[in-house]
Design a protein around this ligand. Structure first.
Ligand code: SF4
Length: 710
């Protein structure tokens, strides 16, 4: 049979908020995107895409896709819009912003974006130069991993650490707070290959996730207590004389202080806090110290509670204590992005930010829009949102929804669909999707540069995000050359092509090959800290940090360095208890006795895809996993409809009674749309309180109650 796909295949890159950044191949039929597959030549993608992307072309031509600019004609949130021209849309936006700036100053406007697209040109930072030029309030975006960054960078510096591909050489693999099967699939494939070669796979997670079910050993600490487990592992390694003394003496700082400090953090002490037996803690510590090479993969969930930063400090110390770094396949993987050669200063232009510009944290946007935690003399009067959906993804949803209904508030939304946030917009701008725009997609999960080629025109009148900013810059009177750069020119300027990591790689090479491995060593020989060489001030792994202040890494705050959180950081890692637990807040726990965890959904990517029928079919309706003891105490049976609630809000779902969760814990995955759920989402109950480091979220540090809906 004749295959009428285009004979030419185009290089793509998955743009989504996923560490795998798959290299893809686009194929066309009749000048439309018709097939998207994983690039078989890419050593991590290996030809496969996950359930979310496997029919990516259908997302491009989905009947609900936003194709034209619109203005609101009904009540905010009513989804009543009228089509307008790009000219009218952008004139309306720029005129409104000019009025706001003349009355309140530019800080009355705030950008809001995240990793709905990870492109260097059209992604998270795509509008930063524009808003920094404007002098708008800086938005600090700490949804996912930023506390982890603060902790990790303070301990070992900006190293890519253990190459995810080197796990093929690991003999013992610890996946800590990561549901790899759903959120890091291509690393899981490598872990599985190592398993077939005899590696033992241990998953540490507070519930039995898809990944935990596949592990050789699942260890399940109570939510928010991983720090106690890590400290007890350190205690047992030190007190059982399992330390690699030579490595520690040559390549670390602060061992004696750490040794003294952990004496009270025994396995017995941790057992009471975590619910893991003392024997299991000792066994885990022993194996981590002796089954080399040991690879530790930490997930973003590890930071999502009050003491997340300190937890990651403790875990990051372990490979140096045991000398795992000496081995290929040994060490820790946080975000390999630290060795990618991106020029964020050029992308964001922090030099354009006026001195004294304030910062608002994205997780606390509801509070800020309601005037709770900002200078009331400069109220926030407008926000532009791209690659983000705070109504679904940010905590304290009810506050955000209340704020977005303010009649005096002007919301601009660049989107693919009328998301929960876009439904409140005054002006909707249709944004291009992956195959419709040129970009390079950064990866925080591997060591390749990945190119995405434009191969089709956008349907309707959708435009790439950076083109929207180019046009807005012109209307706002910003004449800088940067706003005239083509997408290709941006890529030439946004990557440090002269950096050692880029050696041998050019933009032309990427255009011809789709991806390129960075010049950072080979997976089969790479042991980056075999001889120390940590990119810290001392060149060593810092068990102890002195005079350090809390900070958020630059790319997550438009590269602005003023008004960092700035609190003193503790010198040594430790266990910091959760805010909301029976132990730390017994009064609250009387009213709301269940800890809720809200991991990512298997078939949605954050809130992307939750509006697509085929993904909904895989994912099912919003469900709540509950243990049979807790279900019985509440007279709840399998498939009953329940309400989950606390003082911040509520949402509804269908119960699944299971021993995948322990008594006292419920699990509800995130990403479901409020418009479709009709009742709120899991973030209706979550707090915007920030964790101990990097202003990280505390999504897994919330108490709730569950009751049957009769
Ligand atoms: S979401 Fe992740 S695993 Fe799925 S295709 Fe994209 S990069 Fe690959």
């Amino acid at each position: 049979m004749m295959d009428d796909f285009s004979s030419k295949k185009y290089f793509g890159a998955c743009p989504h908020d996923c560490p795998d950044t798959c290299a893809m191949l686009y194929e066309l039929k009749n000048e439309k995107l018709a097939r998207v597959t994983g690039n078989p030549d890419h050593p991590m993608t290996r030809g496969g895409l996950c359930v979310k992307l496997k029919n990516y072309e259908e997302r491009h031509y989905h009947p609900d896709r936003l194709l034209y600019p619109h203005k609101r004609i009904g009540k905010k949130g009513s989804n009543e819009f009228e089509r307008i021209s790009w000219h009218e849309a952008l004139e309306t936006v720029s005129n409104k912003w000019k009025d706001i700036i003349s009355e309140y100053g530019p800080q009355a406007i705030i950008p809001y974006s995240y990793l709905g697209n990870q492109g260097l040109v059209h992604g998270l930072n795509g509008g930063d130069s524009f808003f920094n030029k404007m002098g708008a309030t800086v938005c600090e975006r700490t949804f996912c991993g930023e506390g982890s960054c603060t902790a990790y960078l303070s301990t070992v510096g900006p190293t890519a650490g253990l190459d995810p591909e080197s796990y093929i050489h690991s003999k013992y693999i610890v996946i800590w707070a990561c549901n790899s099967v759903s959120t890091n699939l291509h690393h899981w494939a490598i872990v599985n290959d190592a398993k077939k070669k005899g590696a033992k796979v241990v998953v540490i997670d507070s519930y039995r996730s898809r990944t935990a079910k596949e592990a050789d050993w699942h260890i399940s600490p109570k939510p928010g207590t991983d720090g106690a487990l890590a400290m007890a592992i350190i205690n047992h390694i030190i007190n059982s004389d399992l330390v690699d003394k030579d490595y520690v003496s040559k390549y670390t700082n602060g061992f004696d202080e750490l040794k003294n400090h952990v004496q009270e953090r025994s396995p017995k002490w941790a057992s009471e806090i975590t619910g893991i037996s003392e024997d299991d803690i000792k066994k885990l510590a022993l194996e981590i110290a002796t089954e080399q090479p040991v690879g530790i993969r930490i997930g973003v969930a590890l930071e999502r509670h009050n003491g997340g930063g300190q937890t990651i400090r403790a875990v990051t110390c372990i490979p140096a204590l045991t000398g795992s770094w000496k081995h290929v396949g040994g060490g820790i993987t946080q975000f390999p992005v630290w060795e990618h050669p991106y020029k964020f200063d050029v992308i964001c232009r922090p030099d354009w930010i006026p001195k004294g510009t304030r910062v608002v944290n994205a997780l606390q946007i509801g509070r800020a829009l309601l005037g709770e935690n900002i200078d009331k003399s400069i109220p926030l009067k407008s926000m532009m949102c791209w690659n983000a959906n705070p109504v679904t993804q940010a905590p304290e949803t009810e506050k955000i929804v209340e704020a977005l209904q303010r009649e005096d508030f002007f919301l601009v939304s660049a989107e693919h669909f009328i998301s929960d946030t876009a439904s409140f917009a005054d002006i909707l701008l249709p944004a291009s999707m992956g195959a419709e725009q040129e970009d390079m997609i950064l990866s925080w999960g591997h060591l390749y540069l990945t190119y995405n080629e434009k191969c089709v025109d956008s349907p309707g009148e959708a435009l790439p995000n950076y083109e929207i900013f180019r046009r807005l810059a012109k209307l706002m009177g910003y004449e800088d050359e940067q706003f005239k750069w083509s997408d290709e020119k941006c890529l030439e300027n946004y990557v440090d092509w002269a950096a050692p990591a880029s050696k041998g790689i050019t933009l032309d090479y990427l255009k011809k090959n789709g991806f390129a491995r960075l010049n950072v060593g080979c997976k089969d020989t790479r042991a980056p800290h075999k001889n120390g060489n940590f990119p810290t001030a001392s060149g060593k792994c810092e068990f102890i940090i002195k005079n350090a202040k809390n900070f958020v890494a630059g790319p997550f705050r438009q590269m602005y360095d003023d008004y960092q959180p700035g609190q003193d950081l503790p010198e040594l890692p430790d266990y910091v208890p959760p805010n909301e637990s029976h132990g730390t807040n017994p009064e609250l726990a009387k009213k709301y006795p269940l800890n809720i965890i809200s991991p990512k959904s298997h078939a949605f990517l954050n809130s992307c895809y939750a509006n697509m029928d085929d993904k909904q079919k895989v994912q099912g309706d919003q469900f709540i996993l509950i243990n049979q003891i807790d279900a019985k105490n509440r007279n709840v049976n399998n498939e009953d409809k329940v309400k989950v609630f606390n003082e911040r809000g509520s949402f509804e779902g269908v119960v699944k009674v299971t021993d995948d969760v322990s008594p006292g814990i419920v699990v509800a995955t995130l990403g479901y749309w409020r418009q479709l759920n009709k009742t709120g989402t899991v973030n209706s109950i979550s707090t915007a309180k920030l964790a101990d480091m990097g202003n990280a979220p505390t999504f897994s540090d919330n108490l709730v109650e569950v009751s049957k809906i009769s």
